[in-house]
Structure formats: structure tokens, C-alpha cells
Design a protein around this ligand. Structure first.
Ligand SMILES: C[S@@+](CC[C@H](N)C(=O)[O-])C[C@H]1O[C@@H](n2cnc3c(N)ncnc32)[C@H](O)[C@@H]1O
Length: 280
């Protein structure tokens, strides 16, 4: 189902492109989540020797760099040209420039690959930026071979709830924090696609900061700041920022730190497309 709040893909590509050079310095959580994801990926890869792999929203290439040695062919797809540039540079720095990697600047909802072209699709913290999950899941099923797996992580609904609540108090007329989907909504969407759930689970990660500015700077350096339709188009005023800081202060924990919750969803979906077609 399409997310209520539309995403502006041009703004997303620009935001991540601008953040490409700072991303790795602040992507500690994304890399930790990526490591958990790689555990699921390795289980899936053990069924297939030297698979063809697509990394959807590959960013600076953290996940793909760890899979490329065991893959026959790697497709690194991202909507932001700047991210692909950094990923390519990283591969050559790591002596992996000669590997079979195709870099593709494209939208995950319109993958420019033929049907049945990959054995595995991986995606770490990227598909939350795709507003039409049904289209996305259909695309993934189309490019995956029958029986192939889609292994992913994404932030779920409760993510950054402290920031969301604080902004609602400080500036109720604008949406300041991206909307993330519930795991149940995702499970319903999968039922209407050729994919079948093998694993779907979530885990809470709490980041802690001394000052709110540290969190907002980090989100900016990740390129993950707000791109929702209801966002404010002008700079935020001083008084609004003061209200925001004091609302967020209410969340300080017993050690005086500001928490930021990330609800991380992990999933492994199997492509059943032939079964579905054959059963009709
Ligand atoms: C939070 S970063 C994650 C990057 C990387 N997977 C990692 O583990 O660090 C999200 C990435 O998704 C990309 N992205 C966002 N929307 C996309 C879309 N519709 N199609 C393809 N890539 C997209 C962004 O450009 C960005 O590189």
C-alpha cells in the first residue's frame, strides 16, 4: 500500500547525494544493522554458490563490499549518483575495483534489470524511502529468480518517536520527521505480492546524545532528514527551536542523556512467483 505521506524522490536523491561524503562518519547504527543483516544474507547465500546479487539502495557500499567476493555478479543500485561515486571509490581503495560490479543509478521502484536476473536482493535501511511498497515488492519479485530471496532491514513505525513528539509540540502545523511503516502493514503488503515471508522481526536500538543538535546533525550528515510533503519550506524560527529543545529535554534518561529510538525491522522474503502463476 502507498504511504500516506508522499516522498519527493528528487529531494531524496539530492539529500543523499549531498550527504554521500559525510555518510560513513555517522553511519554507525546503519553498519551495525548491516552486520545483523549480513547474518541473514549468509544463510540465504549458503543455498546458492556464487549468486548474482542486487544491493538495492547500496549507498556507500558497506553491505555489498562484504558480499562481492562471494558473488558471481553484483548490481549496486542507488537513486543518488553521489552515493554510487563513493561506493565505487571505496571498492577501488579496498582493491575490489576489478570485481564484477555494475553500478546503476535508478529508482528501486523501477529496476532497470530483466526478469529473473538475480538470485538475491539485499537492502539495508533503504526501502523506507520507497512510497509504493506494492510496486517495490512486485519489482523485486520480477528481477529475482523463482525461489530467490529478498533480505532487508528498514526502520519501523516507532523510529525517532521522541523527535516526532517533540516537533509536534514545537510546530504542530508541519511534519518534521519521516513516517515509517508498521511491520503489520508490510506483512499485509507481502500477502499481495509473489513474495512469501520467511523471517519478519523487529528489534529496538536506542542511540543516546548529550544535545539534540548532535542527533539533528547526524540525521543531516546521513542524508536522512525530512522529505515529507508536510515539511516546512522555510527555516525554523528561534522560538520554535527553543520549544523543540525543551520538549525533547523531557525525554532525558536517568543519566541525563537524550534517547533516540530506532525500531529496526529485518525480513527475509522468498520469491514464490512460479508457484503463484502455476496455481491459477
Ligand atoms: C540510509 S542509506 C543506506 C545506504 C546503505 N544501504 C547502507 O547500508 O549504508 C539509504 C540509501 O537509499 C537510497 N535510496 C533512497 N531512495 C531510493 C530509491 N527510491 N531507489 C534507490 N535508492 C534509494 C539513498 O540514496 C541512500 O543511499
Amino acid at each position: 500500500m502507498r504511504d500516506d505521506i508522499a516522498h519527493d524522490k528528487h529531494a531524496i536523491a539530492k539529500s543523499f547525494g549531498n550527504a554521500a561524503k559525510s555518510y560513513d562518519n555517522v553511519a554507525g547504527l546503519q553498519q551495525r544493522v548491516g552486520n545483523v543483516l549480513l547474518g541473514f544474507v549468509r544463510d540465504s547465500m549458503s543455498r546458492e554458490s556464487a549468486p548474482k546479487v542486487l544491493d538495492l539502495g547500496c549507498g556507500t557500499g558497506y553491505v555489498m563490499s562484504q558480499l562481492v567476493d562471494d558473488s558471481e555478479l553484483m548490481f549496486a543500485l542507488d537513486i543518488a549518483e553521489g552515493m554510487l561515486g563513493v561506493a565505487k571509490f571505496g571498492m577501488s581503495e579496498n582493491g575490489k575495483a576489478n570485481k564484477s560490479i555494475h553500478y546503476i543509478c535508478a529508482d528501486a521502484e523501477a529496476i532497470p534489470l530483466k526478469e529473473n536476473s538475480v538470485d538475491l536482493v539485499v537492502s539495508n535501511f533503504a526501502i523506507q524511502w520507497c512510497p509504493d511498497r506494492q510496486v517495490l515488492l512486485e519489482e523485486i519479485a520480477r528481477v529475482l529468480v523463482p525461489g530467490g530471496r529478498f533480505v532487508f532491514s528498514m526502520p519501523g513505525a516507532d523510529t525517532l518517536h521522541e523527535l516526532k513528539t517533540s516537533w509536534q509540540q514545537a510546530d504542530p502545523s508541519h511534519t518534521h520527521v519521516n513516517q515509517f511503516c508498521e511491520m503489520d502493514e508490510l506483512a499485509t503488503d507481502v500477502q499481495h505480492s509473489p513474495l512469501q515471508i520467511e523471517v519478519l522481526q523487529s528489534q529496538v536500538e536506542i542511540m543516546r546524545y548529550n544535545k539534540l543538535q548532535e542527533l539533528t546533525h547526524e540525521l543531516k550528515a546521513l542524508g536522512a532528514h525530512n522529505v515529507t510533503d508536510g515539511r516546512a519550506r522555510q527555516l525554523t524560527g528561534k522560538n520554535t527551536l527553543k520549544r523543540l529543545v525543551s520538549a525533547y529535554d523531557e525525554f532525558r534518561d536517568i543519566e541525563g542523556m537524550l534517547p533516540a529510538t530506532w525500531n529496526v525491522i529485518y525480513g527475509v522474503f522468498v520469491n514464490q512467483k512460479n508457484t503463484v502463476e502455476g496455481s491459477g
